[in-house]
Design a protein around this ligand. Structure first.
Ligand code: ZN
Length: 463
């Protein structure tokens, strides 16, 4: 396969299968070849990397290159990207519009926005090559589903419900919009449901859709399982899938028990999709022919397989327009020390530490569960918000910590956040919940530098 251009999903699919047959030597050969091409491109076309690598020899190995942080890259966005027509200003205008979700930027790039798990808002641009890898790998190495489950899915009408945040250029919303646009018929089988809707309405819509598959955040499935156990949600999926957040074992068992079906875990990052895909043993296999993960400790030294890391560096070998090379992802991960039972030569990886909490608040009609992803989206999509935290400070009380972007007046941003939260809580049947601004600074978990966006206030606070 050539280094750039002319790369189609079919080409990716064929190559991905060849790599599996070739085993570890084939994976390593692809990594070497693709890394060399990426580094050469970044040095030649990204002013940011040209400067960063200026004193380093042309053949410097990956491990000797300096790691990069999201905040630093976003601060030098126009120098980071390799196409001068892609600018932060133009992308911010593009992503501020709703009618552009899923459209190609400049007719050739797919754009995502994400807060990422460390809380720095990021603009992500994928070139055609990266999109071909995204589609080709998903077909070459489909997530394992037991044949019995497939038969059950068919019998139930195949319909898939995607329950995620809407209203922004997120990975899920953008890819859904693109798939439906290319094949409108898909809308009958795959439907998007917003976690921002009032829960009672969401439950009613899901009852009407009767999905054979439900995909959501771990916390979304947790709340839906509660609704199902209470008898309000009455669906019978053949499989449920969780992604984006860490799934605790007890929560997983509860979800599987309540829905009476298996749960499939998916782990990805907007910066690298599909970063991993699950095998029939439930292990997440890293697509190491396209993405390199380097687990590191707090002093940035590499951590061996089997040991939980402090953070992890990502290199995306697929995307040339916005080179991601030793990019600090912030997740704590553990690479498998032993080969997987399934026989795949791709390394396995487990991710820990993406844990926002489901908040339960008292309202006039009883307790209402609030999804962290919905609360987070309401706050994050407020103009001027840089970083934030939402805390539950009492049975019917929330507090927010907000950092405004430069050039925005903090008080005005806080007031706008409170207004939007008030409207969201009203919609969820929680008009009496008190809202306040917490003057404390935002706390980042010292382990991995993770920012938890939605959490219970520590005991003794806000009583
Ligand atoms: Zn496996």
């Amino acid at each position: 396969m050539r280094r750039s251009g002319r790369l189609t999903p079919l080409g990716v699919l064929r190559d991905a299968r060849r790599v599996l047959r070739g085993g570890l030597p084939a994976i390593e050969a692809r990594q070497r070849e693709r890394l060399a091409a990426l580094l050469q491109h970044a040095r030649a076309h990204s002013a940011f990397y040209a400067r960063l690598y200026a004193g380093l020899p042309q053949d410097a190995g990956l491990g000797s290159l300096p790691p990069v942080a999201k905040a630093e890259l976003m601060a030098h966005f126009d120098e980071w990207v390799t196409d001068p027509q892609v600018t932060k200003d133009a992308l911010e205008r593009f992503t501020a519009r709703q009618d552009t979700i899923g459209s190609d930027f400049l007719g050739r790039y797919v754009v995502f926005t994400t807060s990422g798990s460390t809380g720095e808002p990021t603009l992500l641009v994928q070139d055609r090559r990266a999109v071909a890898v995204m589609n080709g790998l998903a077909y070459a190495r489909p997530p394992y589903v037991h044949p019995r489950v497939l038969v059950r899915m068919m019998a139930k009408g195949i319909r898939a419900a995607l329950v995620f945040a809407t209203g922004g250029h997120f990975l899920t919303t953008v890819m859904y919009a693109r798939r439906v646009r290319s094949v409108p018929f898909r809308r009958r089988y795959v439907r998007f449901f917003s976690v921002l809707e009032p829960l009672a309405q969401l439950v009613q819509e899901l009852n009407g859709f009767r999905p054979a598959m439900v995909a959501s955040y771990a916390s979304g499935l947790e709340v839906l399982a509660e609704e199902q156990a209470a008898g309000r949600l009455r669906i019978a999926p053949a499989i449920v899938a969780s992604g984006g957040e860490q799934l605790l074992p007890a929560v997983r068992r509860r979800i599987e028990d309540v829905f009476g079906c298996p749960l499939m875990e998916l782990y990805s990052a907007s910066e690298a999709t599909p970063l991993t895909l699950p095998c029939r043993w439930g292990e997440q296999h890293l697509n190491a022919d396209w993405f390199i993960l380097e687990p590191i400790d707090a002093a940035s030294n590499s951590v061996p397989p089997g040991v939980l890391s402090h953070s992890v560096l990502l290199t995306n070998l697929a995307n040339f327009v916005q080179p991601i090379i030793r990019y600090e992802l912030g997740d704590s991960v553990r690479l498998g020390a032993e080969p997987c039972h399934c026989g795949s030569p791709l390394p396995t990886v487990r991710i820990e530490g993406r844990t926002d909490e489901v908040l339960r608040l008292e309202g006039p009609a009883g307790t209402v569960a609030l999804l962290p992803m919905a609360l987070g989206t309401v706050v994050e999509e407020t103009p001027g918000v840089h970083r934030f935290q939402v805390l539950q400070t009492g049975p019917a009380a929330l507090a927010v910590r907000v950092e405004a972007l430069p050039g925005h007046e903090a008080r005005a941003v806080e007031a706008a956040v409170l207004r939007r939260l008030r409207a969201h809580l009203d919609g969820q049947g929680l008009p009496g919940v008190t809202l306040a601004v917490d003057p404390e600074p935002i706390l980042v978990n010292p382990k991995g530098g993770k920012l938890r966006h939605v959490l219970h206030a520590p005991a003794g606070r806000g009583q």
